[in-house]
Design a binder for this molecule. Sequence first.
Ligand code: FE2
Ligand code: FE2
Length: 158
Amino acid sequence: MLPSVWSKACHIPYPRHPWRKGICMAFLSWHERYSVGHAEIDAQHQKLFELVNLFDDVIQMGIPGELNRIVDDLISLSVAHFRFEEQLLQGADFPRLAAHRKLHEELIVQVKEMRIQMKDGGHQSMKGIVRFLADWLTNHILREDMEYKPYLMTEGGA
Ligand SMILES: [Fe+2]
Ligand SMILES: [Fe+2]
């Protein structure tokens, strides 16, 4: 089992952020169909869902000062998750690892570009960023991450 770098990667305390209190509708909801059959990977994906939800909350509540911090967390958590996933796939001899790694790298480049563009963006562009992240994450899990599911069927998914 690879060591988890998760708790060190993030600025914002999870899972209970005070701003989420009283908010009933999460932007992204976890469902069993997102499980790749590996408990640690599922837990990391759930944290990413939570961070996208937090991003959405902060936009709705108009707290622009926190947005950069959340995007920084998204970048560091995504990098940590991708590294973990790639190491696991390497150990499992996953044949399409190179292509998978390239998708991860492209997303990080895109999010870093968004972070720069966010300085000039209004509410609408922020919602666009959240939608992009939610779509990317759910599509990536359902399409590309699911491809490795048979290679990692070990410790029981969430
Ligand atoms: Fe992935
Ligand atoms: Fe993943």
